[in-house]
Design a protein around this ligand. Structure first.
Ligand code: NDP
Ligand code: PMR
Length: 404
């Protein structure tokens, strides 16, 4: 039976025109968890979070949060001889953040079963990741779980140290992990005091990628890649990207202020906190950073930088914080009405393609897939392809994560 779009709209929905936005819905009771706010201008500056950071560091250490598995797997030379004397490419090593569920897990499985990849599952919950790998039947020697909590910059640095100590080569890095907090009324924060969605999805990955780009450079693998997962909902040149609250980084005053919710807003644009918007803004940052990496590093290093929209994987843990009604109706809505739905397995195959397919080696590209599941280079929205904004986000982020 076909589902009607109107059946998803709860009674609290008020549909009206306000400026450029087409409709508004009350936040807590809605299937569409949305809100709209104004843009106020004020002075801003990058705040020093050092004391907060060192406090967070001490408390993390005392709680033993930087647990990590180390491994003695070393990288063999670039080719290996087969029994018939032919030389084939050695196994590549791919690090995937958030590989304990959803897209990350499906990608890890897809790559591991080719026998051509060793997957480093960079996860905040060691046991969950280990169980997840087993549950999808990944062979024991096809993966290594290493602890990474992107909501702590100390943990990111610790992960990089542990990875380097393992002496594995880094051939591909996939920045996949994310949190989505659409029903949160108040912001929550990372160990360093950044709003959690942008802090995890953007800043944690930014530090990780900035540090690991040196390791990618050193790899002798012929097609080195750094992939940052983006999304349609961060692109306002699409229908999905026009569902309020829309992504909008504004003039970056909140980001410049440190997203701490104290002396600055928790939102990048400096406005009132909105969890759904914070996620979409973080995806814009992800797509902008991919382009800035491309600009700064591609020519010199040959690394291919790319982003993608894997399709609407409506069944993943990403929606765990959403209201039960949303979680119930979202998959059929995407399957039968928007037809944007893809299974976790299929989305995993798509991301695996971006990791290893020779035809998807172009750098600076945002990949999408059409109805026949063929990949194509997609257009980003104006904001998500704004080179000047990318440069500013990069520079502010460098300061926030302690790289500048
Ligand atoms: P899931 O919730 O299933 O996966 C997210 C992963 O991120 C989990 O493994 C989670 O770990 C991990 N994670 C969250 N916070 C942290 C942290 N602080 N440190 C380390 N890992 C963390 O969601 P999806 O698979 O759907 O999302 C994967 C990517 O796909 C995201 O980047 C998302 O934006 C993107 N995407 C998803 C779409 C969809 O329709 N689902 C559409 C477009 C893009 P844990 O298991 O411990 O919770
Ligand atoms: Mg959206 C072609 C239409 C399309 C697609 C591909 C998506 C993908 N969505 C579409 C349309 C619509 N959505 C429409 C018309 C509505 C209004 C009824 C709608 C609503 C909606 C909500 C409330 N959609 C959502 C939400 C979420 O909470 C999800 C979100 O924004 O998370 C940030 C979401 C999504 N829709 C998508 C995709 C891929 C999502 C998951 C978000 C992501 O990971 O970026």
């Amino acid at each position: 039976m076909a589902l009607q779009a109107s059946s998803f709209l709860p009674s609290a929905v008020t549909v009206h025109k306000e400026g450029k936005s087409s409709f508004v819905v009350k936040k807590d009771s809605a299937f569409l968890g949305i809100s709209i706010s104004d843009h106020h201008k004020s002075d801003f500056s990058v705040v020093s979070l050092r004391s907060k950071r060192s406090l967070a560091k001490k408390s993390n250490q005392s709680r033993g949060l930087t647990r990590a598995q180390t491994t003695s797997i070393t990288t063999p030379s670039i080719t290996r001889a087969t029994t018939d004397g032919k030389k084939t490419l050695r196994k590549g090593t791919v690090v995937i953040t958030g590989a304990s569920s959803g897209l990350g897990l499906a990608t890890a499985k897809s790559l591991a079963e080719t026998g051509k990849w060793h997957v480093v599952m960079a996860c905040r919950n060691f046991l969950k990741a280990e169980k997840a790998a087993k549950s999808v039947g990944m062979a024991k020697d096809s993966y290594t779980v290493m602890h990474l909590d992107l909501a702590s910059l100390d943990s990111v640095r610790q992960f990089v140290d542990n990875f380097r100590r393992s002496e594995m080569s880094l051939d591909v890095l996939v920045c996949n992990a994310a949190v989505y907090l659409p029903t949160a009324k108040e912001p929550t924060f990372t160990a360093e005091g950044f709003e959690l969605s942008v802090g995890t999805n953007h800043l944690g990955h930014f530090l990780l990628a900035r540090l690991l780009v040196d390791d990618l450079k050193k790899s002798d693998y012929p097609s080195k890649r750094l992939i940052i997962v983006g999304s349609i909902t961060g692109n306002t040149n699409t229908l999905a990207g026009n569902v309020p609250p829309k992504a909008n980084l504004g003039d970056l005053r909140g980001l410049a202020g440190g997203l701490n919710g104290l002396n600055s807003s928790a939102m990048i644009d400096g406005n009132e906190f909105d969890g759904a918007k914070a996620y979409k803004d973080s995806k814009v940052c992800n797509m902008l950073m991919m382009q800035e990496f491309h600009k700064r590093y591609h020519e010199e290093t040959g690394i291919a930088f790319s982003s993608l929209y894997p399709g609407c994987i409506a069944t993943t843990g990403l929606f765990r914080e959403h209201i039960p009604l949303f979680r119930l109706l979202f998959p059929p809505f995407q399957k039968y009405i928007t037809k944007g739905y893809v299974s976790e397995t299929e989305a995993g195959q798509r991301l695996a393609q971006v990791v290893s397919d020779p035809s998807l080696l172009k750098s600076g590209v945002y990949w999408s897939w059409n109805k026949n599941s063929a990949s194509f280079e997609n257009q980003l929205s104006q904001e998500a392809s704004d080179a000047e904004k990318a440069r500013k986000v990069w520079e502010i982020s460098e300061k926030l994560v302690g790289l500048a």
